[in-house]
Design a binder for this molecule. Structure first.
Ligand code: SF4
Length: 359
């Protein structure tokens, strides 16, 4: 959840026009329980949930960040990161305020804590803008930067309009995976790809660093993978941020690799470099050697592994898991498809796991 450090100085302006989904009213008629995410907040009249953006007013829960954005950019899809989903495309990326985690290393804390100026961007305008940017190779809309789960209603309303305007355009989200089973299933009808942060392999780290729990995140990854296998979407990639002195031991790397391999060795797995930030500014950036160790360990069991936030590293490229030839070359957020023909490795014919082109 947001830490709420700047709640008084930068209150989130409430336009109060969108009722939240996934809550029940308690017997007193005034208290509500939100079950959109596993935090399961009991919220009294006049108060907000841990994410700061679902507010109880007179026994009704309102999604107060609906249609309010604090950041917008046309990003390379690689920046999300999504490496196997329309590489070389761009995606219109938006972020808002609030979060259902309280990560002490948050890389976007100014957004999450509501310190940045916020402006209105209703779903129809966002969808229209995405379509307008199609000529710049825009693939659709990415809900990213802060945690998009708490933007549930905004994502779905935008996705519906976008589908009407341009059915082939995509909605993607970059998420911590902290969402209850039912809303996840509803969201998966509208979202075409996700990168899920698989932050830690242990409960105590989730509790201590992010004030959350491990099992719900694992359940989200497993359920999303099952939905992908049966419906063909959402495509899924995972990110593991290696934080100095927290989750950076070989035992941690073995454990997280085993969890992913058990779900599927085909899920692209990004091992990402930490930079000191927010309440963890005292830690050094992850040493490159540590990331390379994690890469070596993960590569033994997973087909597609990446080193992220280290430009020019060999671990940025996509290699064929069968013959080892480079399929996609990368530097930073730019990529070039060099070894794929008709969806297969041009050298050995191994099928590439991913989506390359719009129909
Ligand atoms: S979405 Fe927000 S209000 Fe609802 S349970 Fe999660 S943190 Fe609490």
């Amino acid at each position: 959840m947001s830490l709420g450090i700047y709640k008084e100085e930068f209150p989130i302006k409430d336009t109060g026009d969108k009722e939240a989904k996934y809550y029940i009213k308690r017997e007193d008629g005034l208290t509500v329980k939100c079950f959109l995410c596993p935090q399961g907040c009991e919220i009294k009249d006049g108060e907000e949930g841990k994410c700061l953006v679902r507010v109880n007013k007179g026994g009704k829960l309102w999604a107060t960040s609906y249609g309010k954005i604090g950041a917008i950019n046309l990003d390379p899809i690689e920046k999300k990161p999504l490496f196997h989903y329309f590489p070389t495309y761009k995606i219109l990326s938006v972020g808002g305020v609030g979060c259902n985690f309280s990560c002490k290393f948050c890389q976007n804390w100014e957004l999450v804590e509501g310190v940045v100026p916020v402006r209105e961007l209703p779903p129809d305008k966002l969808a229209y803008l995405a379509v307008k940017l199609k000529e710049k190779r825009n693939l659709g809309v990415a809900f990213t930067y802060n945690e998009p789960t708490i933007w549930f209603e905004y994502i779905i309303d935008t996705a519906k309009i976008l589908k009407e305007l341009e059915p082939e355009m995509k909605v993607v989200m970059i998420t911590n995976g902290y969402i209850s089973a039912k809303p996840l299933e509803e969201l998966c009808e509208y979202v075409s790809a996700m990168n899920i942060d698989f932050k830690f392999a242990k409960e105590e780290y989730y509790k201590e660093i992010s004030d959350a729990h491990f099992k719900p995140v694992l359940s989200t990854i497993k359920r999303t993978w099952e939905i992908f296998k049966s419906t063909g979407k959402p495509f899924i990639e995972l990110t593991y941020l290696v934080i100095t002195g927290v989750n950076d031991t070989e035992a941690d790397f073995e454990k997280i690799t085993d969890f992913v391999a058990e779900i599927s060795p085909y899920i692209p797995f990004h091992i990402s470099r930490f930079f000191p930030h927010f309440l963890m500014s005292d830690r050094p950036p992850t040493p490159i050697r540590t990331l390379e160790k994690a890469y070596e360990i993960a590569k033994k069991k997973l087909k597609y592994v990446y080193v992220g936030n280290v430009w020019g590293n060999e671990g940025e490229h996509t290699y064929c898991p069968s013959c080892g030839k480079i399929l996609i070359k990368r530097y930073s957020f730019t990529s070039q498809i060099v070894g794929i023909k008709d969806g297969k490795c041009a050298n050995c014919g191994e099928k590439f796991f991913g989506v390359l082109e719009l129909n």
